[in-house]
Design a binder for this molecule. Sequence first.
Ligand code: FRU
Length: 469
Amino acid sequence: MTEVSLVKQALRSVVAGQVKAAADPWRPGWHLAPPVGLLNDPNGFVQHQGRYHLFYQWNPLACAHGSKFWGHWSSTDLLHWRHEPLALAPAEAYESHGCYSGSAVVDNGKLTLIYTGNVKYPDGSRTAFQCLARENAEGEFVKAGPVLNLPEGYTGHVRDPKVWKFGDSWYMVLGAQDLGLQGKVLLLRSRDLLTWQSLGEIAGSEMNGLGPFGYMWECPDLFNLSGADVLIFCPQGLPAQSDSYLNTFQSGYVVGQLDHDKGQFSHGDFHELDVGFEFYAPQTTLTDDGRRLLIGWMGIPDGDEFYQPTVEHGWIHIMTCPRELTFNAGKIIQRPARELCHLRGKMQQWQGIAQEAPVWEITHAEVEIVTDLPFHADLGGNLKLVWDGEWLRLSRNNRRSGEPEQRVWRGALHHLTLLCDASSVEIFINDGQAVMSSRYFPVLPAQLTFSGKQPITLCRWSLADCVIE
Ligand code: FRU
């Protein structure tokens, strides 16, 4: 289909569906959601001339993982976002089955997108091209076509380029599946973003002491944080353990040192970035003031997603809030971006026995819980958060099967921050030591109810609605 026909179809879908989508009571007040259709990975997260740009994997035509476009928002403050012109539509032969995930860099003062052109064949096989598109004076992205074909030794699953500058060169990490069906991350180097030299595999299943570690690694991201090199990636195919890898697919990181010249990366153990029900495909950027920010997709491509009730309103999935990353004792600490405190309205505080706590509305709210003693909390009648002195458990009934399911964290709890929106909660444990991100579909207005006989200290702020101009 031509670019014009694809854009016409997308426009029709938005015009026809946006009123219904906007009227959905479970639409977020302060998180980013697609106008209509399906959103997945954050792409091209970058700050340029004081403005943040966030692109996103978007199927504007249906609540399904079909042909992916790149939507585009921008913001000066990470709070108020505006829609920008549609950035990429999958119109060319080299991207016929989707303009898949990728990143953005500033080259010669212009935003430049590096993304995967995904191509599927009738026999079920596929190939992938890494492609470039450059911003023009009108703020549109002009495609320059593929800059990298499928490398030899890999299946058609090679995608999600993340590019950064180091010294005088550009570097790219790419997610890949080798011919033995092992997930890998490839490193490449370029002087001009057009010609890429392979530096080989820097990490993967059966490498660096990891053992078997998944059949595909998606969405790699590599950056320096306080002197260490962090590689984020999303391994697919890790068997669930009793207290970890509980989602269908994981997102996590390893910490090490990258030798940019030799293309060698030695690293330690894998840690999950988020232990909630919905979190995947995060991407980071470095801000002008030197902070490393992360945004993830509050979703998992596991099929259960289509049982979410927003599908009836013609849209599905949201982004996480932006998070600031720091490093402590070899682990990433994630905190809500400091800008988010500007959303806070009136503050209420309460201290006493948990079961005597007032019932607070949390449809759009931040709640701080200070305690190390056991408590039960019910969120909106269908999500439970229980701390028993050893385990923190978040539980709900699976929307597809109706069966109970839970996600867990174990440690010495003393502090929780709950960032709540109309159909999501992000739970920051001990000031960012761990995070649980989850969608839920509360009885609205959503209420938070405590039980338990131990003392607890609570604080609540209402949060302003403010997403899109
Ligand atoms: C991750 C992912 C990426 C791919 C994109 C397609 O969720 O599967 O690997 O580029 O989504 O939408």
